[in-house]
Structure formats: structure tokens, C-alpha cells
Design a protein around this ligand. Structure first.
Ligand SMILES: NC(=O)c1ccc[n+]([C@@H]2O[C@H](COP(=O)([O-])OP(=O)(O)OC[C@H]3O[C@@H](n4cnc5c(N)ncnc54)[C@H](OP(=O)(O)O)[C@@H]3O)[C@@H](O)[C@H]2O)c1
Length: 231
């Protein structure tokens, strides 16, 4: 699979590139508004993995070139830029590609951070509205702290909730997320459920601020059939 990471020079893009580069054979293309920046980042990520004995395929290019031929495009850019970035790339994104957005709208005040729900309901919906009809949009990785993804010694042991209207696309991204060691992908249903998923990130950031032991926390959903820890 060819995975293009728009804004792959940033924090969550770095973490995803390192994890997929280590745990899978997928071809990773780092995208940036500046091709040179993407090449520099891709070289750095590949070097980091090679130093650990892995042989990843990670290259870099400008965003528009990076999405050509992509099976999956991760829109790893700030939430207020997701729709513009998708619109600008328009037909460069292959017709049958899946766009994945980890974007979460948050605003800060003195008390903490708060979910900033766009008028259409969620950032995932904004992204879906900006994409062409043939492209499926899926939300994932919202509650996964970028720093922990990029720390390859971190076992993660956390969940991510995947949402999307197209069940095939959602299944593909559930699989892609599950390929990351230590991450378990949970099916969150269609994009109508995105606000609940996106708003979890603000909760986690606030818990980290008010509880010393909860910095960079992720989520782990437990149930009688799924205990907190594997015994
Ligand atoms: N950080 C986290 O822990 C985390 C966790 C879960 C989800 N998220 C979500 O993941 C997304 C990326 O987060 P991040 O922390 O990786 O962000 P970031 O580091 O601030 O930005 C990612 C990349 O986006 C590109 N970018 C910046 N402004 C842009 C613009 N106006 N238009 C297009 N591209 C732009 C930049 O790449 P170039 O300058 O190279 O183009 C930048 O390196 C956000 O939507 C965030 O809500 C983040």
C-alpha cells in the first residue's frame, strides 16, 4: 500500500511514518508544502529506522506530488487547514484513495482546552465535504499522542477509534491502524459519530494538565470481555 502523509513533517506525521515504517512493508511518502522539507524529514525518519536495523521505504515530496498514486492519504495538518489542503489537492488525489484525518478542533482558555466543534459537526465531516465524491474520508488517531507514537520504545498499549461512512474504507483503515504494534483500532461507526470521538482529545489534554500521572495519555476501552490488561 502507498501511504502519503500530508504535513508528514509535523508531529503526528512523524509518529505515523516511523511506526508504519517499522511495523509494515507499506511505502510511505512524506508530503510538505515545501518538497525540500519533506525530503529532509523522510531521510531523517528512514535513517532513524535504519539505525535500528529496519529497511523502510520512506521518501518525501511536495504535497501534490506526494498524493499521486496514493492508496491512503493522511491529512496530518492543523485542523483549520484540513479542508483547504484537501480542496487544493483536488484531482491530484486518486479517485479510489482513502483520506484519513486525525484532526481535532480545540480552543484553549485559562481552565484548559475545549473541543471546538465546527458548524458542520466535526472536522471529519469538514474533510469529507472538501473531498471529491469518489474519495472516502475516514477519521482516526485523534487520541494518540504524537510524542508517544514517535518514541519507538513506547509500547503504546492504547486504542484508536476509527470513523467513516464507507464501511470498506473504514475496514481498510481499521486494518492499517491495527498494523501499528501496541495500537488497537476500534470501529466507531459513521462520521455522524465523529464529534464524540474528536472531543476525547480535549478531555485527555485536560486530564494531563490536572493529573501528574496522566501526561500524554491515550485511551484504552475496557469491558467484561476485554479486561484492562492481558493476563
Ligand atoms: N500532535 C498530536 O499529538 C496529535 C494527536 C492526534 C491528532 N492530532 C491532529 O493531527 C493534525 C496534525 O497535528 P501535528 O501536531 O502533527 O501538527 P503540526 O506539527 O502543527 O503540523 C503538521 C504539518 O502541517 C503542515 N502545515 C502547517 N500549517 C499548514 C497549513 N496552513 N496548510 C497546510 N499544511 C500546513 C506543516 O507541514 P509543512 O510546513 O511541511 O507543509 C506541519 O509540519 C492536527 O490536525 C491535530 O489536530 C495531533
Amino acid at each position: 500500500m502507498r501511504i502519503s502523509i500530508l504535513g508528514g513533517t509535523g508531529d503526528i506525521g512523524e509518529g505515523l511514518a516511523l511506526r508504519w515504517g517499522r511495523d509494515t512493508d507499506h511505502e510511505i511518502v512524506i508530503g510538505s508544502r515545501e518538497a525540500d522539507r519533506a525530503v529532509t524529514a523522510a531521510t531523517r525518519y528512514a535513517g532513524q529506522l535504519q539505525a535500528r536495523g529496519y529497511d523502510p521505504t520512506i521518501t518525501g515530496d511536495g504535497n501534490e506530488a506526494a498524493v499521486r498514486g496514493a492508496d491512503v492519504v493522511v491529512a496530518s495538518v492543523p485542523p483549520y487547514s484540513v479542508a483547504d489542503a484537501i480542496e487544493q489537492l483536488g484531482e491530484s488525489i486518486p479517485e479510489d484513495a482513502i483520506i484519513v484525518t486525525p484532526a481535532v478542533g480545540i480552543k484553549r482558555d485559562d481552565d484548559g482546552v475545549h473541543y471546538h466543534r465546527p458548524s458542520v459537526g466535526s472536522v471529519t465531516r469538514l474533510a469529507a465535504d472538501a473531498a471529491s465524491e469518489s474519495v472516502s474520508v475516514v477519521g482516526a488517531f485523534h487520541s494518540v499522542p504524537a510524542q508517544r507514537l514517535a518514541d519507538l520504545d513506547d509500547p503504546l498499549d492504547m486504542d484508536t477509534i476509527v470513523i467513516g461512512d464507507d464501511t470498506d474504507a473504514r475496514t481498510t483503515i481499521l486494518g492499517l491502524a491495527n498494523e501499528i504494534e501496541g495500537l488497537t483500532a476500534l470501529n466507531g461507526g459513521p462520521i455522524a459519530n465523529a464529534p464524540e470521538v474528536e472531543s476525547l482529545t480535549a478531555l485527555l489534554i485536560n486530564l494531563g494538565r490536572y493529573n501528574e500521572s496522566l501526561h500524554e495519555a491515550g485511551i484504552r476501552v475496557v469491558s467484561p470481555d476485554r479486561p484492562a490488561y492481558d493476563s
